[in-house]
Design a protein around this ligand. Structure first.
Ligand code: FMN
Length: 190
């Protein structure tokens, strides 16, 4: 039996956004990543997600938005903190915002549509890793900020499922402590 894919899944590890470097994915590689994200299980063929791509100078321009929204919530923020916000998206060559975009549907509850957007995030991670890139799924404060949501033109039904940071990296991080699997498995025998 060929275990290449299961080995890949069992060894997957996020690479911290701060450790991501140039180069990022090419146009073709980005296309592969997005197509992988777009073919997740999706009850009712709704496609309840959308993607916002941040690359190049757009990352700095979005940094200015983060700075503004951060200042609004933290009027006393130091210039050091504001500089961090300005440069936040420069941590990686590519950031993909996955927007959970559920619709009202007679048969498919919102919960299922939200899960599908989460699956899109995971497929982005897996596609990026399979192409040799490091990636990390983050939400941080700005996934939940009203000003950021307004700037990204999220509707009242939409939420940020994650910002996926993608780039090259030097060293694969060591394995981390994981929750105990056995504690989370139950064989049903009523
Ligand atoms: C929805 C979601 C949001 C997350 N947001 C953050 C975050 O804001 N900050 C953070 O350090 N890790 C966050 N993580 C965790 C990382 O994506 C990652 O799982 C963690 O660094 C552990 O690495 P691993 O993927 O190799 O287990 C989030 C994970 C998920 C699923």
């Amino acid at each position: 039996m060929n275990n290449t894919i299961s080995d890949f899944l069992l060894n997957r590890r996020s690479v911290s956004a701060k450790d991501l470097i140039e180069p990022g994915p090419t146009k073709e590689q980005l296309d592969t990543i997005l197509r992988a994200a777009h073919r997740v299980p999706d009850h009712g063929k709704i496609g309840p997600w959308r993607f916002v791509i941040f690359q190049g100078e757009a990352r700095e321009r979005f940094g200015a938005v983060l700075c503004e929204c951060f200042s609004e919530q933290n009027p006393e923020a130091s210039s050091k903190l504001l500089a961090f916000e300005q440069n936040r998206f420069l941590r990686a060559p590519l950031v993909i915002a996955v927007v959970s975009s559920p619709v009202s549907h007679a048969k498919v509850p919102e919960w299922e549509q939200v899960l599908s957007a989460g699956a899109a995030c995971q497929n982005i991670l897996l596609a990026a890793h399979s192409l040799g890139f490091g990636a990390q799924w983050l939400t941080e404060w700005y996934a939940f900020d009203k000003g950021v949501a307004k700037h990204l033109r999220l509707t009242s039904d939409e939420k940020i499922a994650g910002f996926i940071y993608i780039g090259s990296y030097k060293e694969k991080p060591d394995e981390r402590i994981r929750p105990d699997l056995n504690e989370r498995i139950q064989h049903y025998h009523e």
